[in-house]
Design a protein around this ligand. Structure first.
Ligand code: 1PR
Length: 528
């Protein structure tokens, strides 16, 4: 029996699913007594350090947790569950941590994008029961802006490089914790969890070791989901956002089955976009929640979901906040949510007032679930202009000239799946969203969507250069070479595709095989 400390913020369902998949039963902590009577305790910390410690205090879980740790009983902390063990964090300087290990948690200071999101390796410093069956060259999924800095080295279990070398695992007796997410790290992660469940008598040491670890570029499969005219939830795909062919919604498969296929093929992440979320409010349109629940039972890589995340009043006058929708998604297995239309309205308002309200969906969700959980999905369209001064927007010079020979363009943000344009450009949108607390940008391009003509490199380069959070390049992938192009000509951290994967024109395996010697990627076939 594995006891899980779920304090109610973020995706604990994936940890439960992973442990159950491994054949163990799970008990959720309801009170401090459940901690004291646990045989093995897993603490999957998610969200923000301050709110985590406050919730633990409100629920009177801090004293029993400290007692459990002091008794040296089997403990596995994950992500914030590692950070909580230290004295405190720069993320919430006034709120103490558990103080089990001396040291602090600090924000990454680097020119690389923060959060550190994606698949990176580990350098093992100590043998551990967690390492059974690992070769040492595996990659794990990380997502965090802060990292532990122990005062003493003796508890460091492993380190990872992200510009600096940081502590990615600690071990003191039976107390173990990892900064990465084993429940999101495919087969390798499941092995680490299984090792904790089994608690072999002897520790193990992986045979190989990297000299330095490197963050991989991520390949993301995207599933645009909506109900077709018969009312079935299907994966669809548009050409420049038009998903109808001869009047019918294109049906490219079932969401849960396709997501599983992509996971098994080596996708580093899966994104679901509920593309009619702007009119079908997700809390009334429960199938998407069901899709997430079912997917997270068998897919152990990160899941992002977008569509309809905004404040909403239903026909009976009941008011829902965007965070209610996000919370329902996180509880159902999402690791990140993505906000599209609402982000454009939030930014338009910010540009008028110059003030943060503190109440926007971006701010409220980031405050509770952490910046890394908030992705902004941008649906821009090129607008050509003859001079940079002719519009009050961030204009770029383009090599792809306009219909009247224009050498400049700006990227107009749209809402409602491209149906309406707004007076906001994509570069400004990304910058303001970063300021408001977004952790990642999913950068689509309506002109390229479904064309197989390659990513819009100029757009991606301009947006990525303007922000310090990771950018997912999206729209237009037609062959493996397009992925190489986007990774070599821009600093995008990941690239997303839909049509070529759905139609099996270019399987994910082929993209990864092609990139293998040219770009740092997570290998498929055995590892991770
Ligand atoms: O506005 O917060 O409700 O979110 C709605 C979400 O649905 C947004 O993220 C928006 O991008 C998405 N969406 C809305 N309508 C469409 C549509 O296609 N009609 N899909 C749509 C956007 C774009 C990409 C696509 C890539 C790669 N899909 O996600 O997967 O362009 O495609 P490709 O590789 O085939 O070129 P809200």
């Amino acid at each position: 029996m594995i006891t899980i400390l779920d304090y109610g913020a973020g995706n604990v369902r994936s940890v439960i699913n992973a442990i159950e998949k491994l054949g163990a039963s799970v008990k959720i902590v309801k009170s401090g007594q459940d901690i004291l009577s646990a045989q093995k305790l897993v603490f999957p910390g998610v969200g923000a350090f301050g709110s985590m410690m406050e919730i633990l205090a409100q629920k009177e879980l801090i004293v029993p947790l400290k007692a459990y740790l002091e008794e040296n009983r089997p403990f596995l902390g994950i992500c914030l569950g590692l950070q909580a063990l230290f004295n405190g964090s720069d993320e919430a300087p006034d709120i103490p941590g558990l103080g089990f290990l001396p040291g602090k948690v600090k924000r990454f200071e680097t020119d690389l994008s923060v959060p550190h999101i994606g698949w990176n390796g580990i350098l093992c410093c100590q043998s551990s029961v967690l390492w059974h069956g690992l070769e040492g060259n595996e990659k794990f999924y990380f997502v965090h802006s802060y990292h532990a800095v122990p005062d003493m080295n003796d508890a460091i279990l492993c380190t990872t490089d992200y510009d600096v070398s940081f502590t990615s695992g600690i071990q003191k007796g039976n107390i173990m914790a990892v900064q990465f997410h084993p429940e999101k790290s495919g087969q390798t992660g499941l092995r680490v969890l299984d090792n904790f469940i089994k608690m072999h008598e002897q520790p193990a040491m992986p045979v190989q070791s990297f000299k330095k670890t490197r963050l991989s570029k991520r390949i993301i499969a995207c599933l645009d989901v909506r109900a077709n005219d018969q009312g079935d939830l299907v994966v669809t795909k548009g050409d420049q956002y038009d998903v109808r062919e001869k009047g019918n919604v294109r049906n490219l498969g079932k969401p849960v089955a396709l997501a599983r296929r992509y996971y098994e093929a080596g996708a580093d992440e899966i994104t679901f976009l509920n593309i009619t979320g702007f009119r079908d409010f997700p809390l009334e349109d429960m199938p998407m929640i069901e899709v997430l629940k079912q997917t997270s039972q068998n897919v152990f890589v990160p899941l992002t979901i977008g569509g309809g995340i905004r404040d909403y009043t239903d026909a009976k006058g009941q008011f829902y906040q965007a965070i209610d929708v996000a919370s329902a998604y996180f509880r159902s297995g999402a690791d990140k949510i993505s906000i599209g239309s609402d982000a454009v309205d939030i930014v338009a308002e910010y540009l008028q007032t110059g003030q943060k309200t503190g109440t926007s969906a971006i701010e409220t969700i980031a405050r509770i679930y952490g910046n890394q959980a908030v992705v902004i999905s941008i649906d821009p369209r090129r607008v050509y202009v003859s001079t940079p001064e002719s519009v009050p927007h961030q204009v770029i010079s383009t090599r792809q000239t306009g219909p009247n020979g224009e050498n400049y363009c700006w990227y107009q943000c749209t809402v409602k799946g491209g149906r309406e344009g707004r007076n906001v450009d994509a570069i400004t949108l990304a910058q303001v969203c970063e300021k408001l607390g977004a952790g990642e940008i999913l950068l689509n391009c309506i002109d390229r969507d479904g064309t197989n003509s390659g990513f819009d490199i100029e757009l991606i380069h301009s947006v990525r250069s303007a922000v310090s959070i990771p950018v997912i390049a999206s729209s237009g992938a037609g062959c493996p070479e397009h992925f190489l192009e986007v990774f070599s000509q821009t600093k995008a951290e990941s690239a997303l595709a839909a049509g070529i994967f759905h139609r099996n024109e270019v399987p994910i395996e082929d993209v990864k095989r092609f990139l293998a010697d040219q770009v740092e990627i997570r290998e498929i076939g055995g590892k991770s």
